[in-house]
Ligand binder design. Structure first.
Ligand SMILES: CC(=O)N[C@H]1[C@@H](OP(=O)(O)OP(=O)(O)OC[C@H]2O[C@@H](n3ccc(=O)[nH]c3=O)[C@H](O)[C@@H]2O)O[C@H](CO)[C@@H](O)[C@@H]1O
Ligand SMILES: C=C(OP(=O)(O)O)C(=O)O
Length: 435
């Protein structure tokens, strides 16, 4: 049996939680920033790096390029890319994470060439890479496509780049290549998620010059000498969204410490539509136990919608959490997943637990709540659906089993320990010993 199937969570539902929890560093910021550390031959120190499977995989990939990369304590990485040996990236490691594609920009800039097996990541629908190649080509790279991607650039040149969609990792690759290019690049229709902003600030701390961070147009004055730096990864706003959902479904009072409230507006608006109100206290977020949990109709009593879109709209990675939360709220809401084609299929499991959901098509699910959920045996298909099912199990009646926990652990650090500290009943079991 593959190791990824070895661990289960046995979850006893129905317990109230209480206390404080601190979000980890943002996985989707740490991935490009670790890759970006390859842009300089000087030492880089990264703090608040989430110690999760996806990062461990990227660390192995980076090490395979002859780069010195080591943990210093639990969440600090020391990276020194004195040299980068341009090699074909390991296929198995590349296939495990979406983040392997993020080595394209830095390796082009540093070594002029990269051979990249197709990246992996969550299986949540087609995951196009066209935007990455479109941007890198405009900066002077050539690519050929067989069972691997071969990208080469004898020289990267600044250019006007209009991305065909605001792809997150596409923007990050373009940004890293543009920093190494000669001359000025204007990136238009760029993604501006908190992790894209964090990467841009990291690059600035290395000496890069970038205007327009946080907007959909960034100007990069390329070719500046890049030096070593120490950078702290920002809090994971997706984890914060997950903890808001956790408090809401278990009707618990939780404080999320250092939540990074500047990046939470659209997430809080989504939860408010479900009747979940949070209080901002400095940079902490407090979720009171007493909530109306009454879905807010649109004007005229019409059925409301929660839909995801590129930043600053409601984040796609919080959609699965919001669906589980909606099953515990009073009323009807249309959940519209605009970005991924297969992210909603996990609602079958929630229906099996007693949730009242109509999956209208792959992108839209109508949720009518509240429903009493019953315990079940669940399989975790992707990071966020896995976390959503953990939330469902924590508010269901009885004892649930969640298989394939490695999916959740791709994105959430020591989640069982951290939720147990709040009073959750989660037992970590090796499947081979269990039953
Ligand atoms: C490692 C990493 O950072 N992964 C994140 C990154 O993935 P990733 O960078 O792969 O995602 P992209 O931003 O490229 O695109 C996500 C999906 O949205 C679609 N799309 C995108 C823009 C748009 O305007 N319209 C549209 O429909 C794309 O075609 C694709 O199907 O961003 C996603 C969207 O926030 C997140 O779910 C992933 O967690
Ligand atoms: C989709 C996600 O990750 P990835 O892009 O790494 O698969 C996610 O973090 O929810």
């Amino acid at each position: 049996m593959p190791a990824s199937h070895a661990v289960q969570f046995v979850v006893e539902g129905g317990r109230k939680l209480s206390g404080s929890i601190r979000p980890s560093g943002n996985k989707n910021a740490a991935l490009p920033i670790v890759a970006g550390a390859l842009l300089t031959d000087q030492p880089v120190v990264l703090e608040n790096v989430p110690r999760i499977r996806d990062i461990e995989t990227l660390v192995e990939l980076v090490r395979s390029l002859g780069v010195s990369i080591d943990w210093d304590g639990r969440n600090t990485l020391r990276i020194h890319a004195k040299q980068v040996v341009p090699a074909e990236l390991d296929r198995d490691l590349s296939r495990k994470i979406r983040g392997s594609i993020l080595l394209a920009g830095p390796l082009l800039g540093r070594a002029g060439r990269i051979v990249l097996p197709p990246p992996g990541g969550d299986v949540i629908g087609r995951r196009r890479l066209d935007t990455h190649f479109l941007a890198l080509e405009q900066l002077g790279a050539k690519f050929s496509l067989s069972d691997v991607f071969e990208i080469e650039a004898s020289e990267l040149r600044g250019a006007e780049v209009f991305l065909d969609e605001p792809s997150v990792t596409g923007t990050e690759n373009a940004l890293m290549a543009a920093v190494m290019a000669k001359g000025t690049t204007v990136l238009r229709n760029a993604a501006s998620e908190p992790h894209v902003q964090d990467l841009a600030r990291f690059l600035m701390s290395m000496g890069a010059r970038i205007d327009g961070i946080g907007s959909n147009q960034m100007t990069v004055y390329g070719g500046q000498p890049l030096h070593g730096t120490t950078h702290r990864i920002g809090p994971d706003h997706i984890e914060v969204g997950s903890f808001i959902g956790l408090a809401a479904v278990t009707q618990s009072h939780l404080r999320i410490e250092s939540a990074g409230v500047e990046h939470l507006k659209s997430t809080l608006m989504g939860f408010e539509r479900l009747g979940i109100e949070c209080e901002v206290d400095g940079d902490d977020l407090v979720i009171p136990e007493r909530q109306s949990r009454k879905i807010q109709s649109d004007l005229g009593g019409h059925i409301p919608t929660i839909s995801d879109q590129p930043w600053p709209a409601f984040p796609a990675d919080v959609m699965s959490i919001a669906i589980v939360t909606a099953t515990q709220c009073d009323g009807i809401v249309m959940m519209h997943e605009k970005m991924f084609e297969s992210r909603m299929f996990f609602v079958d499991k929630l229906i099996g637990m007693g949730a009242r959901i109509v999956l209208c098509d792959p992108h839209r699910a109508l949720v009518a709540g509240p429903s009493k959920l019953r315990a079940s045996v669940l399989e975790s298909p992707d990071i966020r659906a896995g976390m959503a099912m953990l939330l469902a199990a924590l508010c269901a009646e009885g004892t649930s089993v969640i298989n394939n926990v490695s999916q959740i652990e791709r994105g959430y650090e020591r989640i069982d320990e951290r939720l147990k500290a709040l009073g959750a009943s989660i037992e970590r079991v090796d499947e081979r010993r269990h039953g």
